[in-house]
Structures are given as structure tokens and as C-alpha cells.
Design a protein around this ligand. Sequence first.
Ligand code: MLT
Length: 258
Amino acid sequence: MRLAFDDDGPGPVVVLLHGFPLDRSMWTHQKSSIGAIYRVICPDLRGHGNSPAPDGIYSVDAMADDVLELLDALQLTDPVVMGGLSMGGYLALSIAVRHPERLKGLMLMNTRASADSPEAAQARLQRASEVEQSGEVETVISAMIPKLFSRMTFERHPEVVSRMHARMSRTPARAVAGTLRGLAVRPDRTTELANIHVPTLIIAGEEDSLIPLEESRSMAKMLPSSKLVVIANAAHLAPLENHVACDSAILEFLGSID
Ligand code: MLT
């Protein structure tokens, strides 16, 4: 799978993987702040943005393998720092567990290691069928929007909400259905956290109702070499909602690695 991507900046490589159903445009702030020092590579994941959207189930491991294929095509076989938000974090964890030799650092933002509960998986599969049958994604996306942003973002930056809403609405129905099906069957990686030894930064949004703070705290306890940073005035999209705080945590973390 040939992914669309941005690749800018000098220095050591940092790969950033977006959430569902977003695209690489969510990393605009990080591309300029982190990209001043690091080579920042942001792909559009399978089915999202300008990348191909095949039929079928988009498993987390297959999507993660697309990212490794991109790095191989760029001849980047030395270990890199890999960061991901929510779904992007599931992919980064998949790589950390299955291909630890590819990573020298991990950044898990607004994400979790656990699988869906049976009820959550069932609800996703139901939504996937509805999207596929109707051919429209708006119902799923409108239901997600209230959970993605903090009070401050809704009140002070409604333009960020509308921009992301518009981006998400461009995701084709078959990609939304394929991703929902893949996320519903993703493996639980909780017990594998103890075996991830690369330095890891965990970023949590103070108001993230999708990933409760307690879950990020417990992930931090299980990861042998991790640091948790809680971002104020942010919900599920912390790097977009409070990029100043996020970028400073990311730059400090990257500085500690290189
Ligand atoms: C995301 O932001 O990527 C999604 O919330 C992931 C999910 O639905 O599990």
C-alpha cells in the first residue's frame, strides 16, 4: 500500500500517526514546531486523507505494516521515534510489540492498550454495517464530534472543530466501515506493555472522556520506561487543542532521546 505522506525537516526521524477518521493535517502544529529540529513524517493512514481506500477490514496490524512499508520505501531502516494519537497509538503499539527493532522511542497520545469490550466491538460492527448500507459517514462523524474536543476548544476555537469535522467527512464510507471493523477486533496489548523497553511518552487530555485519565495512568505504570503528561484544556485531540503544551512535552521527550 502506497501511503500519501508529508516528510519535512532536518535531523532524526519522528513519525506521527493520526487518529480515526482524521488525516495527516491534524499534525500541522507539530510539523512546524517539531519539524524545526526533527525530520517529521506524517502519513495518511490506509483509507484516510489522500491514501488509497481498499475494500475489506482495516486491521490495526495491516495499517501499521503500511507505515513500515513507507519507512522501508524511504530507506529508513534505523530505529525511529513513533508517535500516534488514539487509533495512531494502536498502530504505534502494534509496531512496538511486533517490530521493537524499528523504534527508539514511542509517543502514545490519547490512546489505550486495551481492546474494545464485547459491547463496544458489537456497536462498532453495527455502525460499520450502517455506514456501508447508507454509503454516508455523517451520522457516525456527528456522533463523534462532541466527544473529541474540550469545552475550551468548542468555545474559543470553533474553527478547529469545523475544520476537523470537514476533514473527517471526506473519509469514504468503505474506509470508515473497514476501519471500524478493524478496530473492533484489535488485540488487547495490555499485558505486552511490560515488554516495551523504549522510552515512552504518554500524553493524556485532561477532559478526554474517551480515554479516562485513570487508563493513561495505569498504562504509565505498566510501561517500564514511561512518562505521563496531562494536557489541560484538551480532550481527545490534545496535540490540536493545546499544541503549545503538547509540543513542549514532545520536544522535551525527544531531547531526552537524542
Ligand atoms: C480515534 O480517535 O482514533 C478513535 O477514537 C479510536 C477509536 O475509536 O478507538
